[in-house]
Design a binder for this molecule. Structure first.
Ligand SMILES: Cc1cc2nc3c(=O)[nH]c(=O)nc-3n(C[C@H](O)[C@H](O)[C@H](O)COP(=O)(O)OP(=O)(O)OC[C@H]3O[C@@H](n4cnc5c(N)ncnc54)[C@H](O)[C@@H]3O)c2cc1C
Length: 449
């Protein structure tokens, strides 16, 4: 009995290892928080020689009586959540691959197929339930804790505490059968035609019709570079026709037998988006933001292809992937609905932007150095080209950033100052700082001595 009482007291006082004196705990028990485990940066979701807090069992889904919101556990994965909600004719704004976690994606932002219409996942959070570093459990809303609430919407992963659940806005399904999705693969010589279409799509089509989404991906497969255009329409109900905004993509000649279209539940679409071959492999992701232009997309793609091709023959199994995706005016406007993005993106000016993401997948740890060096060079050169053209934008999306990229340099100065203040305020002992106990994420502050 005495042992249990002591254990309970230790846990209540935040001593993760029972029996450890207060002053010692910083040294002995570092930890990491894991939701879906999709962040590929080393140490982001596992603690070597420490404790990994896997949230997997926080998997409850409670729909509110009025069906306007749903409380979801932070350890759920999006595919599983969509499936549960579809049974009730509902959905939420979240990830585009089934096995991504609710926790990491939402706290970093969360770009969804619904984002042109309803904003990012974080823009749809009504409240967060979280364990603060002082071990108290708090419900954070825009009204109760405006500063923490805003900080969690874009700068949240592993900086302020452990979020255990989110209340998200819920939406009735517009078509119970599902969403229209179509895809088509093209050869490299179609890059410029597609980039021209993308430009028009990013800057006009998505604003005229927020029900449409395009993700354009270029990848190297067996020495050949190919492009995939993946389109989603939230309301189109005819699987046999391509909706009007996508018809120009359909008309460009594609690789034989690669055009697919169907109407399926979102849960299915997100399962199809998972690439099983990549699961057990090594991968690195890096990003930057630019103002949409066909010419700069071509230049970025050429640079990245050049750097990837230069190492390809020296690697056992290598898939470099370049992803281009728009941040439309509509999407950015929606950030303001619940008070703005933590980093201040689109606080002042709302102009269409686009995100470039370089995802490189390889097989052997002995090849890490070669791949990581080339990946760094590719990103640096591409970013430099965007800067020279005047189209570079300082924002870096945390969820796609490489561990050594400086995501905070892309924040509005005033927002960054405020984020750092809030972090110190909720975490005076520095558990979630650089040098503190919690690993992972991009730390806002260093631990004070
Ligand atoms: C194949 C692939 C597809 C992707 N697709 C999309 C997409 O469609 N849209 C998009 O926006 N992003 C996408 N991403 C990026 C994705 O959002 C990030 O990788 C995100 O961090 C994954 O969240 P997770 O919970 O799975 O990751 P985890 O690795 O579990 O968590 C990421 C970080 O958040 C912290 N964290 C997690 N949960 C909590 C919590 N409850 N409280 C406090 N901190 C927490 C972790 O400690 C870690 O530092 C994709 C990534 C990959 C690899």
């Amino acid at each position: 009995m005495a042992e249990i009482a002591r254990l309970e007291k230790d846990l209540n006082e935040g001593r993760i290892l029972p029996g450890v004196a207060d002053g010692e705990r910083m040294e002995i028990c570092h930890f990491a928080i894991k939701s879906g485990g999709h962040d590929p940066n080393p140490g982001s979701n596992n603690a070597e020689d420490g404790v990994t807090i896997d949230l997997v069992r926080l998997d409850r889904v409670d729909v509110a009586k009025d069906r306007k919101s749903v409380k979801i556990g932070a350890g759920l994965r999006w595919g599983e959540l969509y499936l549960k909600l579809e049974r009730q004719n509902l959905t939420v704004v979240g990830g585009r691959q089934a096995d991504i976690g609710v926790g990491g994606l939402t706290l970093g932002g969360g770009i969804s197929f619904y984002s042109n219409r309803n904003g990012w996942a974080c823009d749809n959070v009504i409240s967060f339930e979280m364990i603060l570093p002082d071990t108290s459990i708090q419900t954070i809303t825009q009204q109760s804790h405006p500063d923490i609430y805003r900080a969690l919407r874009g700068a949240g992963p592993s900086n302020f505490g452990i979020v255990t659940s989110f209340v998200l806005e819920a939406y009735e399904l517009s078509n119970p059968i599902g969403l229209w999705s179509g895809s088509k693969v093209y050869e490299w010589n179609k890059f410029s035609d597609l980039a021209n279409l993308n430009h028009q799509f990013y800057t006009e089509s998505v604003d005229q019709n927020p029900n449409v989404v395009i993700v354009n991906t270029w990848f190297q497969d067996g020495g050949v570079w190919l492009g995939n255009v993946f389109c989603v329409h939230l309301t189109h109900t005819d699987p046999l026709t391509w909706p009007e905004p996508f018809q120009s993509y359909e008309q460009i000649e594609g690789f034989p037998n690669t055009t697919f279209a169907s109407i399926q539940p979102l849960s299915n679409i997100t399962i199809q988006q998972v690439q099983p071959s990549n699961r057990s492999q090594r991968n690195v992701v890096g990003t930057f933001t630019y103002r949409p232009s066909a010419a700069i997309e071509q230049e970025i793609a050429n640079i990245v292809r050049e750097e990837a091709d230069a190492i390809e023959t020296r690697l056992t199994d290598f898939t470099p992937v370049s992803v281009f995706q728009p941040l439309s005016r509509n999407m950015l406007e929606k950030m303001k609905v619940r008070g703005g993005n933590a980093l201040g993106l689109a606080d002042e000016t709302v102009e269409p932007l686009a995100i470039f993401v370089a995802v490189w997948v390889w097989h052997l740890s002995s090849e890490d150095e070669l791949v990581l060096q080339a990946h760094t060079l590719a990103l640096e050169r591409a970013e430099e080209a965007a800067k020279k053209s005047g189209l570079w934008h300082p924002y870096k999306y945390i969820n796609y950033a490489r561990g050594d990229q400086d995501v905070w340099s892309g924040a509005v100065e005033e927002n960054l100052r405020e984020l750092r203040r809030v972090q110190r305020q909720v975490d005076p002992s520095g558990v979630f700082t650089d040098g503190g106990l919690a690993s992972g994420g991009f730390k806002l502050n260093e631990k004070l001595e």
